[in-house]
Unconditional design. Structure first.
Ligand code: HEC
Ligand code: HEC
Ligand code: HEC
Ligand code: HEC
Ligand code: HEC
Ligand code: HEC
Length: 499
């Protein structure tokens, strides 16, 4: 088959070879992926993004070569070149070229359509968001994999439906690619996200506030840092909704997102952990009440300069899928699940000691933790080391498992930098407003009543477990004797710095 003379030049020929080779590779990968189910998370990157760049560059080289060649032929006046653009289908060479051009364009357009559709899908996939920039996204991805949202795609919360947010996310995505390539990204990645899509447009696609539950029973298991790792249980009835679901969100915890309620606040730190100013607006009556923290006061001009934020789901559920647990919490969970043996004396105390250190990377952590654990049991419990060494080895594996799921030294990501606003034990959480110090002009405070948000149905050790009926509440007993100080201090003021 012959092509116009202008085609026969090095640039066009090299372009054709590049394009041809890439088409073959792409088809090969596609077939391999479809029929033999091979290829990991990166194959999409090659098929839909990298190889097409070469393919298109090859295709562009063909006309460039031809134009250069034509110009040259014109200059030296060789034959076969006519002035202007005339297509003569009687000429066999031109007919061939034309057929190849039409067929090629058709195939190319088809591939482009399929390719861009797949490229779109690929950039929306969890592999693209979570695995491609492995070190950067590792903490978020690991935590996500262990969350209730592990089957919800990253983009369903971070982008949502609609073209405008798609474009916005791709624009900021381009900056992110740049910052990863040139290592300009911050460690840890700052939270909160500056322009996260409003929760109503993402969370409420799946969670419908009209149909929230009334209550939720929560069982918590703790192990004290004593020689027996004493088990301490607490059962709470969380008052998430109203007494009866038909009443809507008239009271209970989800009252804050009632259609008639608007709560605005000003945070004094960028992580939104301290809230000196709150305004509650009743949208039905138009009344509004301002509460200010009597201890954490702020200069009015400074207050005016800060962002007023309207409360939504994220102001409580800020860690729905990236929850880095504090060591005391994940250790309790691992003891409860048996991954850290409860029979091993002082294992909770030791866990708190080793997790209280910071490590440069995971390998160093493993070395230090392993060494310290072996040393601890050798010198304090030599009999266990001799007769039951496997318990100690199991504990080390348990420690490292907890570490690998919750602490990410490379990205400096851990519970300490990513507070969870639900609750009030290790973080300020609900007590950002409900600490009993936020007062309005009538000297009323936002309630800190222990029965406002939950009741305690049962508590105590295994041997001494006290319980009551579902409509009653026990008075809280602090697991270790700290006198009445839990009534005066916020729990997090001790618990954040316990170990
Ligand atoms: C259920 C919804 C949801 C899903 C699914 C989800 N995220 Fe998030 N993500 C959030 C919320 C909420 C925040 C915190 C927002 C805030 O506080 O401003 C967040 C924060 C982040 C941050 C900022 C750092 C931080 O921890 O605050 C990164 C990075 C991130 N997500 C990446 C991902 C990746 C990658 C995936 C998929 C593997 C994913 N997210 C899936 C809801 C989600
Ligand atoms: C694509 C659907 C989807 C989206 C979007 C979504 N979720 Fe979920 N969510 C789920 C599913 C599914 C579950 C698991 C339900 C279960 O375990 O019964 C869940 C569970 C939860 C739970 C209970 C988890 C637990 O462990 O107690 C909370 C709280 C929650 N989601 C909050 C949010 C918030 C906040 C957002 C927005 C940032 C959000 N969800 C976005 C589907 C979604
Ligand atoms: C004032 C804080 C607060 C706000 C605002 C809030 N939640 Fe919750 N939500 C809670 C608490 C506390 C629980 C109880 C469970 C727990 O402690 O994790 C809960 C439970 C849930 C659950 C699981 C139990 C259930 O009732 O189904 C879902 C799902 C949920 N919230 C979704 C949302 C969504 C979606 C929004 C925004 C429209 C929202 N929440 C706003 C505090 C809040
Ligand atoms: C930004 C401030 C703020 C935060 C954070 C906050 N609340 Fe509130 N909450 C309020 C205000 C204001 C009221 C109304 C006080 C009043 O009218 O006395 C309120 C009322 C309540 C009520 C009573 C609702 C009713 O009328 O029955 C419950 C329950 C509640 N909050 C639970 C929580 C929980 C649980 C959290 C943490 C997950 C939380 N709140 C976090 C500001 C906040
Ligand atoms: C404004 C709402 C609110 C108030 C007021 C409040 N709590 Fe809580 N509390 C919560 C929430 C929300 C959680 C659940 C955290 C979670 O889901 O892990 C919680 C959890 C707990 C737990 C279980 C912790 C665990 O991990 O085992 C205890 C115990 C507790 N609260 C005691 C108290 C006591 C005592 C008071 C009174 C000083 C009090 N709470 C006041 C909202 C509140
Ligand atoms: C004066 C400091 C202080 C205050 C305030 C305080 N605690 Fe504690 N808490 C402790 C100490 C010390 C321990 C024992 C730690 C251990 O044995 O691991 C403890 C242990 C606990 C434990 C079990 C241990 C575990 O696994 O985490 C729970 C649950 C607990 N406290 C809840 C609360 C709650 C809820 C509040 C607030 C109402 C509170 N504490 C306020 C000091 C405090």
């Amino acid at each position: 088959m012959k092509f116009p003379a202008s085609y026969y030049n090095p640039i066009s020929l090299i372009g054709s070879i590049i394009a041809g080779v890439n088409i073959v590779i792409i088809l090969f990968f596609l077939i391999a992926m479809m029929f033999f189910n091979v290829g990991g998370s990166y194959i999409g990157l090659y098929i839909y993004m990298i190889l097409p760049i070469f393919l298109i560059s090859g295709l562009i080289m063909i006309p460039i070569g031809m134009i250069r060649r034509t110009r040259r032929l014109k200059r030296i006046g060789e034959d076969g070149v006519k002035k202007g653009l005339k297509i003569d289908l009687d000429d066999k060479k031109q007919r061939n070229a034309m057929a190849v051009f039409v067929l090629g364009s058709f195939v190319f357009l088809l591939l482009t359509a399929v390719g861009s559709y797949e490229a779109f899908h690929f950039t929306e996939s969890n592999e693209f968001c979570g695995l491609l920039c492995h070190t950067v996204m590792e903490p978020e991805y690991e935590a996500y994999e262990g969350s209730s949202h592990a089957r919800v795609k990253c983009v369903e919360c971070h982008v949502g439906a609609g073209a405008d947010w798609y474009v916005k996310s791709k624009l900021s995505g381009m900056y992110q690619v740049y910052s990863v390539l040139f290592k300009k990204f911050p460690k840890p990645i700052p939270t909160p996200i500056e322009n996260l899509r409003p929760a109503q447009e993402t969370c409420e696609k799946c969670h419908w506030p009209e149909k929230f539950y009334s209550y939720r029973i929560q069982n918590e298991k703790h192990y004290l840092a004593d020689s027996a790792n004493t088990e301490w249980n607490i059962q709470l009835k969380m008052k998430t909704g109203s007494e009866h679901i038909a009443m809507g969100l008239v009271d209970g915890i989800h009252w804050h997102i009632n259609k008639d309620v608007k709560i605005e606040y000003i945070a004094s730190s960028s992580e939104r952990e301290f809230v000196p100013w709150v305004r509650y607006i009743n949208l039905a009556t138009g009344d509004s009440v301002v509460y200010q923290d009597i201890y954490d006061t702020m200069d009015p001009t400074l207050l005016d300069s800060l962002e007023v934020r309207e409360m939504d789901c994220i102001d409580c559920h800020n860690r729905p899928s990236h929850d880095y647990l504090p060591p005391q919490e994940f250790t309790d969970l691992l003891i409860a699940s048996g991954q850290i043996p409860v029979e091993l004396p002082e294992v909770k105390t030791l866990a708190m000691e080793v997790f209280n250190n910071t490590y440069a990377d995971r390998d160093t952590a493993r070395q230090v933790i392993e060494k310290r654990t072996l040393e601890f049991y050798s010198s304090n419990y030599p009999q266990i080391m001799e007769e039951n060494r496997k318990l100690v080895d199991k504990a080390i594996e348990g420690f490292m498992y907890g570490f690998s799921k919750n602490i990410f030294p490379e990205m400096k990501a851990s519970w300490d930098v990513y507070p969870n606003h639900i609750g009030h034990i290790e973080y300020n959480g609900c007590f950002r407003c409900h600490n009993g110090n936020h007062m309005n002009s009538d000297n009323q405070v936002i309630s800190r009543d222990c029965n406002l948000c939950h009741t305690i149905l049962a508590q105590g050790t295994k041997e001494n477990y006290k319980s009551t009926s579902i409509n009653e509440s026990l008075e809280f007993i602090h697991p270790v004797d700290i006198d009445e100080s839990w009534k005066e201090y916020a729990c997090f003021e001790c618990h954040r710095y316990l170990y």
